[in-house]
Design a protein around this ligand. Structure first.
Ligand SMILES: Cc1cc2nc3c(=O)[nH]c(=O)nc-3n(C[C@H](O)[C@H](O)[C@H](O)COP(=O)(O)O)c2cc1C
Length: 165
């Protein structure tokens, strides 16, 4: 499939097959993220890949059930000591790059809201205090053959401004 079609068709996936993501495929996803852009190329990020079911169950507590059903979760952390202003944004760019790299290989994913649960995530994964937990994304092979219906999106007219706002 052409990359543009893949990007326009990219949807959040919340139902996963009980199927592991092969190590070499996971590596391609992580490599894609590693090559994301970064201001002054500081790369103020760390990523924790969680495939252990017990650990994912602990992470899912109080959050989305699909974390448990996924094949693995990637937790993106920013280091404010390396880049206070940009670490959050840059972790998000790297994570979305992984989402796309997964999608073009037939793997779905869904971001998870971690607001108010950052400390819980840090405790479960032993993430150092000084890091900021920015994002948690669950990955897995979609359980449903068809991709989810198109989600509502604002139109270009509503959001794009040419030359002047
Ligand atoms: C930062 C962020 C947090 C999100 N948190 C959740 C979440 O906690 N649970 C969930 O089901 N979807 C979550 N989503 C997915 C959005 O609901 C989804 O992207 C949006 O509804 C548009 O649907 P689409 O991705 O299929 O186009 C999150 C997305 C982002 C970017």
């Amino acid at each position: 499939m052409h990359l543009i079609d893949s990007l326009v068709g990219l949807r959040s996936v919340r139902f996963f097959k009980q199927k592991e993501i092969p190590e070499d495929v996971l590596k391609t996803i992580l490599e894609a993220g590693r090559h994301a852009p970064s201001r002054r190329n500081i790369q103020p990020w760390h990523f924790v890949v969680v495939s252990n079911p017990e650990t994912r169950k602990k992470l899912a507590k109080g959050k989305a059930k699909f974390i448990e059903d996924s094949a693995l979760v990637i937790v993106g952390c920013g280091d404010p000591e390396e880049s206070r202003r940009w670490c959050e944004l840059e972790v998000a760019i790297a994570m979305q790059t992984m989402v796309i790299a997964a999608w073009v290989q037939g793997i779905g994913s869904c971001w998870v809201d971690i607001e108010n649960t950052e400390e819980q995530v840090k405790d479960v994964l032993g993430i150092p205090k000084k890091l900021e937990v920015v994002a948690l994304v669950a990955f897995g092979y979609p359980a449903r053959a068809k991709t989810p219906k198109p989600s509502w999106k604002k139109t270009l007219d509503q959001t794009i401004h040419y030359d002047k706002f």
